[in-house]
Design a protein around this ligand. Structure first.
Ligand code: COD
Length: 300
């Protein structure tokens, strides 16, 4: 498969596969059900809806979504609904998990629960893909939603998850920028120390399947011109595929800036669990929620 250039291509890839079942935790949410409706119309998923059944039916009627052929499991409590959706995945009754009207923390706790969750020994992390008119290819950003202040080892795991996602969408050797505020190493700036170590680990083939450089500031990472003005010699500068931010705040600000100020469309997943997890935030456009479902189905 060649690397996809547009997020819409995910829909075609997902359609070519057998329809994936998606367990939605606390499904009584307008935007989530809209996205599920589009995804079922496109025949890329078959939903199992867990949550407040009367509320789910009420929304379905309002948005003209015929649920008669889909399973609805009536569990109004959000914590219990999350645990049930996770159990469905564990039992092989769904191949994708999706967050509905439940807080990220509640769902992630169900996912992380020892012996009952969806851990497979790897770190779980969030990866977002952006398509923006201001960049020449899809751009990955990680981790905007799960790991709050990753240490060096966690950053390496976060990179591995993002790289795996890129491999699965047709890029066998993505370029990763470990970003911070500067391109030089400043021992007072931990992000630059981490970036230098991670880059050298890649150079020495301790981390493979990608090309990593850092520290880079975001301008040098995405703009060849900016990197040239700054005299940076780098295989990644100006052509980055994946941005690793120093922490959740940096990644989240970049994520929301791209969507709200950068004219971007996005799709995002939690990687590293036994199945892809769709965990979009309230503010995300319905299109992004649908494309995230398509991404989960396409890579699964
Ligand atoms: N991957 C794998 N295992 C993990 C991870 C991870 N990313 N994080 C925690 N664990 C394991 C731990 O090893 C432990 O065994 C268990 O899970 C519980 O770990 P704690 O006690 O550290 O868990 P918490 O209470 O800190 O919760 C983990 C969350 C992921 C819920 C927490 O990190 C969190 O709240 N992240 C931010 C979520 C958020 O608010 N996002 C908003 C942006 S949309």
């Amino acid at each position: 498969m060649n690397m996809i250039k547009k997020l819409e291509e995910l829909v075609e890839i997902a359609k070519d596969k057998t329809t994936r079942r998606i367990a939605v935790a606390a499904a009584g949410d307008n935007d989530v059900l809209e996205a599920i409706k589009t995804a079922t119309q496109e025949q890329i998923v078959e939903p199992v809806l867990v949550g407040d059944k009367p509320r789910i039916l009420e929304i379905a009627e309002k948005i003209d979504f015929d649920l008669s052929s889909f399973e609805i499991i009536d569990i109004p409590d959000k914590r219990e609904a999350s645990a049930k959706a996770v159990r469905l995945v564990r039992k092989g009754k769904a191949e994708i998990l999706m967050k509905g009207l439940v807080s990220t923390g509640v769902l992630l706790h169900a996912v992380l629960e020892k012996d009952k969750g969806l851990r497979k020994g790897a770190l779980l992390s969030h990866v977002a893909l952006f398509e923006t008119p201001y960049y020449h290819k899809l751009l990955g950003v990680t981790d905007a939603a799960m790991n709050v202040a990753p240490d060096l080892l966690e950053k390496i795991e976060i990179i591995k998850n993002a790289v795996e996602l890129f491999h699965r969408i047709g890029n066998p050797n993505p370029k990763v920028a470990v970003v911070g505020s500067v391109e030089t190493i400043n021992p007072r700036m931990e992000a630059t120390m981490h970036a230098a170590t991670i880059s050298m680990m890649n150079y020495r083939k301790q981390i493979t399947g990608c090309i990593i450089d850092g520290p880079l500031a975001i301008d040098g990472a995405v703009s060849k011109r900016a990197s040239e003005i700054k005299n940076i010699t780098s295989d990644v500068a100006g052509d980055v595929d994946i941005i690793l931010a120093p922490n959740i705040d940096g990644a989240n600000i970049l994520y929301k800036s791209l969507n709200f100020l950068g004219g971007a469309t996005s799709a995002a997943l939690i990687m590293g669990a036994t199945v892809p997890i769709v965990l979009t935030s309230r503010g995300d456009a319905e299109k992004s929620k649908f494309l995230s479902i398509a991404l989960a189905a396409a890579i699964n």
